[in-house]
Write a protein that binds this ligand. Sequence first.
Ligand SMILES: [Zn+2]
Length: 269
Amino acid sequence: MNKLFYFVPFAGLLYSLRWSWWYKNLSGLNVLVYHKIGYPPKGTKLKELWVTPERFEKHISWLTKKGYKLIGFSELADYYKNNKPVDDVVLVTFDDGYENNYKYAYPILKKYNAKGNIFVVYNTIGKVNVWHNPKTEVWINMATKEMLIEMDKSGVMEFGSHTMNHPRLANIDIEDAKWEIFESKKQLENLFQKEIIAFAYPYGNGAYEPEIRKLVLEAGYLFDFSFKQGKTSWPWEREKKTLDRLFIKYSDSCFDLNLHIKKGVSKIF
Ligand SMILES: [Zn+2]
């Protein structure tokens, strides 16, 4: 018999096992993490950090059609304090604070009456992503203060801290790490004239280092977000662990999005 007879179903099976559809369903908090909404420039080695505006709109449209409530940090605080279930809730977060979040994500979220949340690197506001090596990831504009304030006033976006300079917190002097965590909260509160209750560890670094996490909680952030793939079981035991997130990549369709939310991951390899 033709070898192809065996090969085709085998390849088909392998291909379908690439996705997590056969994992068990998980309950818990859904926090999506996006970075750049736009078109990956030539030469980028980090294409998976980009999601096109067309695809982003499909994701938001799909989520709202499925009945998920897309909420901000302040509403999540209400869920946390009152122990409300979160299975129909999705937090859309963006790391770093790029200008393209303002240009593309903000109007799309507004159109669907949805909310988003941006983690800002304070010292790069109105500048570029200087923490990246421009040989592997081109420098692009970060949102300006005016853009951030407009998004805040609109009620569409809420803001959290992603430190002052985007360092690997566990790899720098502890006093410097403390400053990055405390100073960014102070500066952002000054900018927005409201309390900043959320923090995301750059590269997820420090999220599971007790010494670093202690500083984040001491600074007064209610929520701290890692870069570890997954959902966090709810009610959340805040003293014990940081909140995990679902990393949405360039190649993620609505099928992937569904798997992220149901299974805590989409593609396995
Ligand atoms: Zn970052």
